[in-house]
Design a protein around this ligand. Structure first.
Ligand code: HPA
Ligand code: ZN
Length: 337
């Protein structure tokens, strides 16, 4: 390993953009399918992986939703999250915020209660057995109606203590942030923190980012790379100190490059850009691989890597005392090198 590869491998990490359903590896799909008496249309995990082919957001989302059919019981959701959190521990992820998509399950007859109980149990076990901390962020699917999102929000309220915030994902085309203004206003009133996907190079990307800032008043933006296209947007994001959760390998699939130049620029502009993995089972890279891909595309120094992780811990949805503890771990890592 080169110096920077070793530095990346060992650095304490914070993952802020990770769809837990996007961590469902083909091997686990086969295991869950067998347990649930389902047959998958591939000979084995390798054949399934070979059939993954996407070039934009909709083509990825089709495969992503299809894959979820094997998730049926509370134990399935536990196993999914436990597999990810074990992987996270191996990559020195100290803290992770996990998106989950309840409507991708309730819409096919799996109850909200089943989903969240399985995920919650894995989060508790990871804290106890792996020394990895995690919190859940509930995402609404933006290609479903605002009414369905509101109903899902109301359904989540009995489990409010288990969910730190809400997000918005799925197909952005024709589904702007303002479509969900009332849902996010209610979510805020219920005490949830707010984030939304502004995927790269979408139609009306900059207008969607503007709505996130001016209408929704988000606490963070997922991706948000196109904020660089408009000085008014990136200046405002920097002024507010908002975090941007960028996912290089995912960007590579959706737009053709990793967005590495954008990450360099954001670092230089003092924006709180972070590097994350999005859907690692589909894009073939967890957070370490994303940092490595970045370091292959552009020259990044150990100081840049530290800055990316510092940004992530600073914008994490944690109390200051915990952020400080993680930032101290980062400082100790730097000292020890
Ligand atoms: N964008 C939008 N929706 C998603 C994504 C993404 O990157 N991953 C899973 N759902
Ligand atoms: Zn995402």
């Amino acid at each position: 390993m080169t110096g920077i590869e070793e530095f990346i491998a060992g650095v304490p990490k914070c993952e802020l953009h990770l769809h837990i359903e996007g961590t469902l590896e083909p091997e686990l799909k086969f295991e869950l399918a067998a347990r649930n008496g389902l047959t998958l249309p591939y000979a084995d995990a390798a054949a399934m992986r070979a059939a993954y082919e996407f070039h934009d957001l909709p083509s990825f989302l089709r495969v992503y939703y299809e894959g979820m059919a094997v998730l049926l019981t509370e134990q399935d959701f536990y196993d999914l999250a436990w597999a990810y959190l074990s992987k996270a521990q191996a990559q020195h992820v100290r803290y992770a915020e996990l998106f989950f998509d309840p409507q991708a399950h309730t819409s096919r007859g799996v109850s909200f209660d089943t989903v969240i109980r399985g995920l919650r149990r894995a989060v508790l076990d990871a804290r106890r057995l792996l020394d990895v901390r995690a919190q859940l962020i509930m995402c609404f699917l933006r290609d479903f109606s605002a009414e369905y999102a509101m109903a899902t929000l109301l359904e989540s309220l009995p489990y409010k203590e288990w969910i730190v915030g809400v997000g918005l994902d799925s197909d952005e085309h024709g589904n702007p942030p303002v479509k969900f203004a009332a849902v996010f206003e209610r979510a805020r009133a219920e005490g949830y923190l707010l984030t939304m996907h502004c995927d790269v190079d979408q139609e009306n990307s900059t207008e969607h980012i503007r709505q996130c800032l001016e209408v929704i008043d988000v606490d963070r933006i997922d991706h948000g790379v196109n904020s660089l296209d408009d000085p008014a947007l990136h200046t405002e994001i920097a002024r507010r100190g908002l975090g941007l959760t960028v996912c290089p390998i995912s960007n590579g699939y959706v737009r053709g490059d990793l967005g590495h130049e954008a990450i360099r620029r954001m670092l230089d502009l003092g924006m709180r850009v972070t590097v994350n993995s999005d859907d690692p089972a589909y894009f073939n890279g967890y957070v370490t691989e994303n940092l490595l891909a970045l370091s292959e595309a552009i020259t990044i120094s150990p100081q840049d890597v530290l800055q990316l992780e510092r940004n992530a811990f600073e914008v994490a949805w944690l109390p200051n005392s915990l952020k400080d503890a993680y930032l101290a771990e980062l400082a100790a890592y730097e000292q020890a090198r």
